[in-house]
Every structure is written in C-alpha cells, then in structure tokens.
Design a protein around this ligand. Structure first.
Ligand code: SF4
Ligand SMILES: [Zn+2]
Length: 457
C-alpha cells in the first residue's frame, strides 16, 4: 500500500480503545492528523503523537461543543507542550442541529483563527450547513497568508460550484472524504474533477463517514486507500499519483517537510516523464509554473539542467512504463541535443516516445527541426492555444512575437510530412473558439485535443 496522509481522523475516539495499535498497524506507512473535538480529546490526540511515530495532532474545540476563554489558554498550552501539535481545529460553524447558538459559534471560531495566527499554525475547518459563512470568516485569515483545510468538503448541489470557486480563490485545501464513494454524490464527483491537484487532501474522519460499500461499522485511516482509489478513478490517474499528490499537499499544509529533490524523470499514470529544463521561449499566462513547480506531487524545480547521461541513468531499464514523454516544466526543445540523445536511448529500449512542445523549435534554431526527430520521437503534441496570431501572442507572450503562431503550424505540418503522429492541443479557456481551433488542426491534418486548464501532467 502506498503511503497516504490522512488529514483528518479521530484516532483518540473511544471506539479505537480496544485495538488502536492494530488500527495504526493496518494504516502501514500512512501518516495521520488526529483532530481534537474538545479539550480532553485534544489532549488525548496530542498524547498519541508520543506513542505513534506516524501521528500528528490538531487541537481545538468543535463548534457544537461549549467553548470558553479558559479553553483557548489550554489549547495554547497543548501546542507548547507537544511538538507534534501542528494544527488548530476542528473549528468552524455547524448549523445542522437545532437549536444552535450562531453568535457563540462565531466567537469561538474567530478565537481559534486568532490562536492559529498567533501560533503560526494551519486550521482544520468544520462547516455544516454553514459553508458560505465559514468561508467569509476565514477569508481574512487566508488573505494574510494563513493555511486551512475545508474538512469533509461538500455542499448541496446548487451551492457547490460557487462555494468551491470561493474556496479555491482563498487557496483553501479541500479534504476529500468517503462521501465521493456515495452513489448520490454525483455533483461532488463532477466538481472534484475540476479542482487543481494542489488543493486536494485525503480525509477519512475516522471513525465516522465509512466508505461505501460498507465493509465494517467503523471507519479507520487505512481506508485512505479506498478514498484514493475512488478519487483516482474520478480524475483519471492512478492511486500512486493520488498518494503522491495528497501526501505532498498534506506536508505543505502542515509545514512538515521540505520538498523532495527535484525530479529529472517522474512517473504519472503509466508513463515516465522527462524533465530536461525549466526554460521556455514563451511565458504563457496560464502556465502551471506560475502557480507552483509541483506537478502531481513531483518537485520539478530543477536547480541545474541535467546532462543526457544523468537522465539516461534515471530512466534505467525503463521499467514497465508504457511511454517516455518529454514534457517537464519548460520547453524540452530548448535542449534539443540532450532531447535527441535521451530519445535515442528510449527507442533502443523499445519504448514509444512523445514530445510535448510549443512547436517553436524551428524559430529557436533557425532551421527545420522535424527531420531531426525522425526515428527518435514517435508522437508530438503541440500547444496551439489560440486561433489567431494576435490571440496567441496575448496568451503565450512568445519571445518570437506574432511569428510564433504560424511557425508552430509549420512545425506541425513538417512533423506530419516526416511521419510523426501529430496532435494540436488547446487549453480550455472561456474566450477560445474551439471550433475554429479544431478547423486549423483539421486543415493541417493533425489530431486535435482539448486539455482542461486544471493541471499540468
Ligand atoms: S509553452 Fe508551456 S512551459 Fe512554456 S510558458 Fe507556455 S505553458 Fe509554460
Ligand atoms: Zn472530524
């Protein structure tokens, strides 16, 4: 089982008293954040961090519990006493069970946010029938650099798109729970397809919120695997991809570990990707690099550009990967010689090769490049991204100016002439005329594909 990070469980719950060791054992390498609901459960969770190496704790008082000023001081003491208290929560608003004291809940929530600010800790948010107000109240905290997760992310179907957009604009993490395994949560699954990787966390809420079909009467952190499997299916990636993405997000959310060393080669789904450079002759406004250099949980921020031999060593025997893809977080043809050397090696291994490119290599080198790729690159995927030269330049800010748009189409024609499978792609954007873009691809004779704007990789 890959190592997951359960961003929300209540391992201190009495329902685990009889067999807590076995529950932790079953979770394997999975780390977990044990979340407090009141003072005793916060203390108990903090104590578990001493007992189990995979456990971290959040301390807080749930909105349905009574909360006083003395509690705030006690939470602060717990954070000082236990080094692996790494978050505040759960806190927020819960208007589900009548009667509720909205003003009291609001005051407690704001006190938790102030505590998190003072201790420089992230916050675990609970929102039930009150998400809009929770987002409003947490907004100033987020806008001043705070970190928070919307635990058990969900909302009624009608409100879900707007609340999600607001949460993403605040840069919240979203805790994906077993609710995505519920048959009736179609809207939630659809919405989750559209959420960028960098917001996703796994959230079992153990012992509550069992995945379906039910196989036990109590949830536990080992069920991260089942949530991850459902999420992988929704997003068209593998469980290993989800494990890597959500674990790295949890580490960033909780401020736990520095990112891993940058990857020269990195697996996504069943392909092995090659990261040759971070340089590019475009500066696209939508480039994922503008957000972060993490792609599917991989750190792609190269400190130095790798030599071809280094990449070849990293590819090794090529494993079971179905395809070798030159992509990375820059324009691979900026390093044409290395690209060709590595591609020659990949072909010698018998692997299909693909180049994801902006198609501007001819302008970069002042000669026609396609012929040089014959026998090395089986398929090219060229970003078209626009339907006119002016639109292309506005979006992609090419260092070659408006010549770029015609040049990339010529590159596509040349690739086709040389027998390379050629696809033109566009990123889905509101102002883009998809029919006109497809017409350009059709006239060239290339395949056409629309990519969602959500993520790289
Ligand atoms: S061409 Fe690709 S790598 Fe270069 S700026 Fe545009 S999206 Fe980013
Ligand atoms: Zn909880």
């Amino acid at each position: 089982m890959p190592a997951f990070f359960d961003s929300h469980c209540h391992l201190q719950d009495a329902r685990f008293d009889a067999d807590r060791d076995a529950v932790v054992e079953r979770a394997g390498e999975t780390r977990m954040l044990v979340v407090g609901s009141n003072l005793p459960s916060s203390r108990r969770g903090a104590e578990l961090t001493l007992q189990y190496k995979n456990v971290y704790a959040a301390v807080g008082v749930h909105p349905t519990e009574t909360f006083g000023d003395a509690d705030l001081a006690a939470l602060k003491e717990l954070a000082a006493e236990f080094p692996r208290v790494v978050a505040v929560g759960e806190t927020g608003l819960d208007y589900h069970h009548e009667p509720f004291a909205a003003a009291t809940q609001r005051r407690a929530f704001l006190a938790h946010l102030a505590l998190a600010r003072e201790l420089n800790l992230p916050v675990v948010l609970h929102a039930r029938d009150a998400a809009a107000e929770v987002l409003d109240l947490v907004a100033p905290f987020m806008q001043s650099g705070g970190r928070a997760v919307w635990h058990c992310y969900s909302a009624p179907k009608k409100q879900l798109p707007a609340l999600t957009a607001r949460a993403l604009s605040l840069n919240l993490y979203l805790g994906v729970s077993a609710m995505i395994t519920y048959e009736e949560q179609r809207a939630l699954r659809e919405q989750i397809k559209q959420i960028p990787d960098r917001h996703l966390l796994l959230d079992t809420d153990s012992p509550y919120l069992l995945p379906r079909p039910r196989t036990a009467d109590r949830n536990e952190p080992a069920n991260c695997r089942r949530i991850a499997a459902a999420l992988a299916e929704i997003r068209g990636v593998t469980v290993a991809d989800i494990a890597r993405i959500t674990t790295r997000n949890a580490e960033e959310f909780l401020g736990l570990d520095a990112p891993a060393a940058p990857s020269v080669v990195y697996p996504i789904r069943d392909a092995l990707y090659i990261n040759l450079t971070s340089r590019c002759n475009n500066a696209c406004v939508f480039c994922a690099r503008n957000q972060s250099y993490t792609v599917k949980g991989h750190n792609l921020a190269l400190a130095n550009e790798p030599a071809a031999a280094e990449v070849i060593a990293a590819i090794g025997d090529g494993g079971d990967y179905r395809e070798i893809v030159f992509c990375g977080f820059g324009e691979p043809t900026m390093r044409l010689d290395e690209l060709k050397q590595v591609a020659r090696y990949a072909k010698a291994l018998g692997k299909p090769t693909r180049l994801n490119t902006n198609g501007l290599a001819d302008l970069q080198y002042g000669r026609e490049i396609a012929a040089e790729l014959v026998g090395l690159i089986d398929a090219v995927s060229i970003s078209l991204n626009a339907t006119t030269a002016a639109q292309y330049q506005a979006l992609c800010q090419s260092s070659f100016g408006e010549r770029a748009f015609g040049a990339l189409q010529n590159f596509a024609r040349a690739c086709l002439r040389h027998g390379i499978a050629t696809t033109l792609t566009v990123v889905e954007m509101p102002d883009l005329d998809l029919a006109a873009a497809k017409k350009i691809a059709d006239e060239i004779g290339a395949n056409f594909r629309v990519r969602s704007c959500v993520d790289a990789g």
